[in-house]
Design a binder for this molecule. Sequence first.
Ligand SMILES: Cc1cc2nc3c(=O)[nH]c(=O)nc-3n(C[C@H](O)[C@H](O)[C@H](O)COP(=O)(O)O)c2cc1C
Length: 184
Amino acid sequence: MPLMEALSLRRSTREYASRALPLQSLSDLLWAAYGINRADCGDYTAPYWRHIAVLDVYVAMTDGVWRYSPERHLLMPHLPVDLRAATGLQDFVGTAPVNLIYVAHGDRMHDLTPEQRRLYASVDAAFIGQNVYLYCAGSGLASVFRGAFDEASLAKAMHLGADEFITFTQTVGYPRHAESDHHG
Ligand SMILES: Cc1cc2nc3c(=O)[nH]c(=O)nc-3n(C[C@H](O)[C@H](O)[C@H](O)COP(=O)(O)O)c2cc1C
């Protein structure tokens, strides 16, 4: 889909079908989000602070939590637990098939105050979030970027390290009306 058309369709959605994403869509989604688009230098589809990669994209699905490895373009198993409901304070997060969690490694951000770390990591996450919105708009998928989650309990449930913090989360799935269309 041309970029201008995807931009005209970009929006936040809060009603999802429970239908899983096909693996190819998940693969394309993650590449669009934060994949490596220049093999020679290993840089990403999203710009990032000071050329230091501080963010990991985690994927919470029914079969557990995975970490996206851009270098290998693979999902690495993180936890075999369905943590979708813990990724937000809104009901749809527990049933939508995919919730992305943008986790920052604070220890990689030297000479910054905690506020600056949060600011720059959040900007990195926001660029990825817009890539996700545009991929979804161009692919018949729905998304919403989210700041409403209980960070302490989600970080604990994900077994994050002391230097890691969660910037934002983002739900992806099929819009609910598409499911009723799908089933006739
Ligand atoms: C930093 C940020 C945090 C957000 N947090 C939430 C959230 O927790 N829950 C939610 O439903 N939408 C959230 N949104 C989505 C906004 O509500 C949405 O983008 C806005 O209402 C405009 O709607 P649109 O995206 O459809 O244009 C967030 C957006 C941003 C940029």
